[in-house]
Design a protein around this ligand. Structure first.
Ligand SMILES: [Zn+2]
Length: 475
């Protein structure tokens, strides 16, 4: 079958390459003049994806007819087409314990997380559970993530294999720990090093995958283990690093006792060479000025996870204060402690948490943090995050009228600021119509999720829409 360009018609919204954290418009009242260059909004737009799955063109439908010749047309007229969401903090091996009752961080880890993660010694369980995790992510419109993988080599390797089958742009690594955890999960330093090395050689910078050095957090790693993570970071400077920071006050007290030489929590990681511009720190709720200064100087990334913070009662991230130091803030579900995989729900919680600190977190800024802002923080904005020509076409299609309340509420919406705000306030996975990876549908709400990544199944399963598209082919 001859490959064709495909054109997706709908309301299109994304941030331009020229936009920055500081130029994202706050409201339509001040969106006059120069700020308009920071985003593109085509009410009746079209996104054209080439045969390689990259953006060939995008614009107002009426202006694009000459570019549509020979394309298949998929009509999402009443839906919003936007770059796939980027979730910068979540745990692949924690689906089985989401929504576990009544504990704060340290007890929650011992009582729920560790027993669940130990089941990943069984490869069949690992494969099923990881596929469930990936399917759910795609169902929620998330196309890229920075993710804590399983501890064991076989399970981690299965995870990379399943991600590669979907062709996802994805950053993950084996979760590393050897202390303050049950014996059945402790792997010696050398074994962790060997697992990481094997995974790096097999998967790092292969397909669309990147490896992430993943010490769980300071309390779960011996100094020897942190030192090993630091040497891996030196050996592979383009690998990512992720860990937790300043999530819970008891955790911070325990860190001080465990590393009495440290100036502050972040200093523990800094001491071992783990604070870099490729390091993603989850939470960062309770940070001192000194820590914020170090994060700023090292250009590290903070993954704000409001849903998880609320669930575990960890505290309120102060967006206004933090953003005075750094603009490398992103959003994460922290799936596991976070009880939703929907970045829309996370954007809503980020708004509510900011409101509790007396700060109005603008709609467009939250959408930016979950798309181009995250891509930029992760140094992948030359590949994903928006629809500029040549970018990889990872996107999601959102029906803003999928539920009765949204349909009712949207009758009264007349600008993109309000539309985004209402979607973030009221929408969830029920609103996700389809998710595409490099121009291929990997989820659609017209059929069951599982099995969708198999390309043959995909073509058949999706024939309804493609057929309509073919009929509507532009002459
Ligand atoms: Zn986490």
């Amino acid at each position: 079958m001859k490959m064709q360009k495909t054109a997706y018609r709908g309301r299109i919204f994304y941030f331009r390459d020229a936009s920055t954290f500081k130029t994202i418009p706050i409201s339509k009242e001040i969106d006059k003049g120069f700020l308009e260059h920071s985003y593109c909004h085509f009410e009746d737009g079209v996104l054209i994806v080439d045969e390689q799955g990259k953006v060939a063109n995008v614009g107002q439908y009426a202006d694009m007819k000459k570019h549509l010749e020979g394309s298949q047309l998929v009509d999402y007229k009443s839906c919003l087409i936007t770059p796939g969401f980027i979730d910068t903090h979540n745990h692949a091996a924690q689906s089985a314990i989401v929504a576990a009752y009544g504990e704060k961080l340290l007890e929650w880890l011992n009582n729920y997380v560790f027993p669940a993660e130990s089941k990943y010694k069984n490869d069949t369980h690992a494969k099923n559970d990881l596929n469930f995790f990936i399917d759910l992510m795609l169902k929620n419109g998330t196309t890229t993530a920075v993710c804590y993988g399983p501890l064991f080599y076989a399970a981690s390797n299965i995870f990379f294999e399943e991600l590669q089958k979907r062709n996802m742009r994805f950053i993950t690594g084996n979760t590393i720990m050897d202390d303050n955890s049950p014996d059945y999960l402790k792997l010696p330093t050398k074994e962790n090093y060997d697992i990481a090395k094997k995974l790096i050689h097999k998967w790092h910078n292969k397909h669309r995958l990147s490896f992430c050095i993943t010490p769980r957090f300071g309390l779960a790693c011996s100094e020897e283990m942190l030192e090993m993570c630091g040497s891996l970071a030196k050996e592979y400077p383009d690998a990512y690093i992720q860990t937790h920071l300043g999530e819970n006050t008891h955790e911070i007290t325990a860190i001080k006792q465990r590393f009495p030489w440290s100036k502050h929590y972040l200093d523990v990681y800094d001491h071992y060479g783990l604070v870099t511009d490729r390091a993603v720190f989850g939470h960062g709720i309770h940070l001192t000025e000194l820590e914020l200064e170090v994060l700023k100087a090292k250009k590290s990334i903070l993954a704000h996870c409001p849903t998880s913070n609320n669930f575990l009662g960890s505290g309120l991230f102060n967006f206004k204060r933090t953003s005075q130091y750094t603009n490398r803030i992103t959003l994460g579900t922290d799936w596991g402690a976070g009880n939703t995989m929907s970045m829309l729900r996370v954007m809503d919680d980020a708004y509510k948490v900011a409101m509790l600190s007396g700060f109005k977190l603008p709609s467009m800024l939250r959408w930016y943090l979950a798309t181009l802002g995250a891509a930029r923080a992760l140094h992948i904005d030359d590949k994903v995050g928006n629809f500029e020509k040549g970018k990889e076409a990872d996107f999601t299609v959102i029906d803003p009228n999928a539920t009765p309340i949204l349909k009712y509420r949207n009758n009264q919406v007349d600008d993109i600021f309000e539309l985004l705000f209402i979607i973030m306030s009221l929408a969830d996975d029920r609103n996700i119509v389809a998710t595409y990876i490099m121009g291929k549908p990997v989820y659609t709400n017209q059929a069951p999720v599982r099995g969708y990544y198999t390309s043959n199944l995909m073509a058949e399963s999706f024939s309804g829409s493609i057929e309509q598209a073919a009929n509507a082919e532009i002459k």
